[in-house]
Design a protein around this ligand. Structure first.
Ligand code: 6R9
Length: 645
């Protein structure tokens, strides 16, 4: 592995970059040695405060507590919009590219201000106050960003639910944090197909009696059902609302949003982020990691339903007064050239996407790429899962014409912003490595006993001290935060990822070490899929593992044991697939279902997933120790029953 190629910072890049190698070294050292002074300077440089803070940071990793800029006051929407108006009111804030290539529009900062104020007033009129939760279930249209910013403006806490989630998943998330208002659209459009968002919402809301207002954006004009009193057309409501709305001055530690994410156990957790530290880290990383310069056109292909969309489509870029491109469609519609057509059409400089998209496009060959110009591009980025070196090389050579650095950014919903990442003017790149820590981030590798590994080696990736955009709590269940992140290795934040550190101190993420799958960059707990499967009356037991998948990174492999007397059939398989899609959403569609007469269990009844993973990956030579199994013959049965999949 030490022989992996290194790509130096391209000639000329460092000179124009915000941060070169010397600056990275000096600033990183300072950020660790004098964190309070360092972060105070950054908070002054990046944000506009109503009231200065009293204390920069306080944290206790034994209790899982962290507070940044306590006593400071600011408003996120003011920072993302109002303060830019004097200088760039007429500059574009959001370029929207619709699903069809003929469909686009541009929204200036002044127009953004107008739209956000009006929607904020609509929410206020419907009784939404500071601290109230608002659910957002939207396609990728500018109104999704307006909705987030309108909440931020009045101090409401948004909970964005990915538009691909099922009514069942939406209902759970609305109930968990007691949302009283939902903002949605009639239908979404992706890859030429419509998604019945309002219909899904109606089904979810049937079980949410406390939700009193559903604001509906007209995206397609498709037929929808209507509940008088509860449902409100967005267009009519904002037209009638005032275009001015005073921003609520929020405490730096007031909640900004909740975003649900999967863990290894139980239902998804509501990750809570607060105001000051979150905005600082997303703004700062957006500027330095993407080397963003005024006027650059920046495109992150994520969905606002995920943290990447929150931090790097909406909050980070807008805090910096950037031009952020929002894309409604998919990379392969109408053709595999779509991304590069969009790059050429809008003159995109910075392009940020996920390895799964890169692999899918790579599978379509070079031609759809080389037929386009891409001369505007200067930087590429990736996020969501480890990128295999072949995909990295292809991205670098074919998409970036061997000109553009690639920033491989490692971070999590819980970290809020980038944690391990190259800075393009400072860091030599190694394909597949997320390289080095961002300012203020202190990564460590821990062995199984929790001891820090020095120098090159592999272990559990943990973080030693708080960073500004750290998760503050799991909504409604602080103990779950402590149990999940701060208990395995007392005194550290445990990421759930494994990593290797090489002789240059570079980090290589090896993937999750817990029961969390990463399917096309989407996190999913194996427990969630198992719960969906066992809802079927014919299923006795189910165990789900990930297995290597060429495009998705990981595929979903389900072992299913039927109730005695039940017979396996393809029809039943289809019912089980349908069950997962209905309970969670299309992203949870199993790739393989294997009928298993029994599951490998220890004598205490714990399923040995290690063995299931090996069988799923076809690594049969090396199953490891099976002597602790209650019934070792189960393994042979499993191997034999692979034919039944
Ligand atoms: C931002 C985001 C987090 C998990 C994380 C890790 C994986 C993300 C990565 C990466 C290797 C990268 N991950 N970025 N693995 N290299 N550059 O994806 O958040 O959805 O919470 O997922 O994704 O396993 O723990 P989230």
């Amino acid at each position: 592995m030490s022989a992996s190629p290194t790509y130096p910072v391209p000639e000329g890049f460092a000179e124009q970059a915000h941060i070169d190698a010397a600056a990275y070294e000096a600033l990183y050292q300072r950020s660790i040695a004098e964190p309070e002074a360092f972060w105070a300077e950054q908070a002054d440089a990046f944000l506009t405060w109503d009231t200065r803070w009293d204390k920069v940071r306080e944290f206790d990793f034994h209790k899982g507590s962290a507070r940044w800029f306590a006593g400071g006051k600011l408003n996120v929407a003011y920072n993302c919009i109002d303060r830019h108006l004097a200088r760039r009111g007429d500059q574009v804030a959001i370029i929207w590219e619709g699903d069809e290539p003929t469909d686009d529009r541009s929204i200036t900062y002044r127009e953004l201000h107008d739209a956000v104020c009006r929607l904020a007033n609509v929410l206020r009129e419907r009784g939404v106050k500071k601290g109230d939760r608002v659910c957002i279930y939207m396609p990728m249209i500018p109104e999704a960003a307006y909705a987030m910013l309108a909440c931020a403006r009045i101090g409401a806490v948004h909970s964005v639910v990915f538009g691909g989630f099922s009514p069942e998943a939406l209902k759970d998330r609305i109930l968990d944090c007691d949302c009283q208002v939902l903002i949605t659209a009639d239908e979404g459009v992706r890859g030429g197909k419509t998604i019945p968002l309002k219909h899904n919402a109606d089904r979810a809301l049937a079980a949410c009696p406390d939700l009193h207002t559903c604001v509906v954006v007209k995206r397609t004009g498709g037929a929808v059902e209507w509940q008088e009193g509860r449902d409100v057309w967005y267009g009519e409501a904002v037209a009638a609302a005032a275009a001015d709305c005073a921003p609520e001055s929020m405490d730096a530690e007031d909640p900004l949003f909740i975003l649900y994410t999967s863990g290894s156990t139980g239902k998804p957790k509501g990750v809570l982020h607060t105001t000051g530290g979150y905005l600082l880290q997303t703004a700062m990383t957006h500027k330095y990691v993407f080397d963003y310069h005024d006027g650059d056109i920046y495109w992150c292909t994520a969905d606002v339903g995920w943290v990447t969309g929150h931090s790097y489509i909406v909050y980070g870029p807008l805090a910096n007064g950037a031009i952020t491109l929002m894309f409604e469609g998919v990379p392969t519609y109408p053709t595999a050239s779509r991304c590069w057509d969009v790059v050429d059409k809008h003159g995109v400089q910075i392009f940020y996407t996920a390895p799964t998209a890169i692999r899918a496009l790579m599978g379509a060959g070079d031609e759809p790429v080389t037929g386009t110009s891409r001369q505007s591009l200067k930087l590429l980025g990736t996020v969501g899962e480890p990128i295999n070196p072949e995909a990295w090389e292809w991205y670098y050579r074919v998409v970036g014409d061997s000109r553009c650095p690639i920033v491989d950014t490692w971070w999590q919903t819980e970290t809020g912003g980038h944690m391990l990442t190259p800075l393009p003017g400072a860091t030599a790149l190694k394909p597949g490595s997320a390289t080095l820590p961002f300012f203020g981030v202190e990564p460590v590798l821990l062995d199984a006993d929790g001891a820090e590994i020095e120098g090159p080696g592999s272990g559990n990736l943990a973080i030693k001290a708080s960073w500004p955009s750290q998760i503050r709590t799991v909504y409604g269940d602080h103990q779950r935060l402590v149990d999940t992140y701060f208990s395995a290795f007392p005194g550290y934040y445990f990421t759930g990822d494994g990593a290797r550190r090489d002789e240059d101190g570079y980090y290589w993420i090896t993937g999750r070490v817990d029961d969390v799958l990463n399917v096309s960059g989407h996190r999913m707990g194996t427990a969630e899929v198992e719960s969906a499967l066992v809802l079927h009356e014919k299923v006795a037991e189910a165990a789900v593992v990930g297995y290597p998948h060429d495009i998705k990174g990981q595929g979903i492999y389900c072992y299913v044991t039927l109730m005695s007397g039940e017979t396996p059939s393809d029809e039943l398989k289809q019912e089980l697939v349908g069950m997962c899609v209905r309970e969670i959403g299309p992203i949870a569609k199993p790739d393989i279902i294997q009928w298993a007469p029994g599951l490998p269990k220890t004598r205490s009844g714990k399923i040995m997933r290690r063995i299931l993973r090996k069988v799923a990956a076809n690594e049969l030579e090396n199953l490891g120790d099976t002597s602790t199994l209650a019934d070792p013959s189960v393994v042979d049965q499993l191997i034999d029953s692979r034919a039944n999949r």
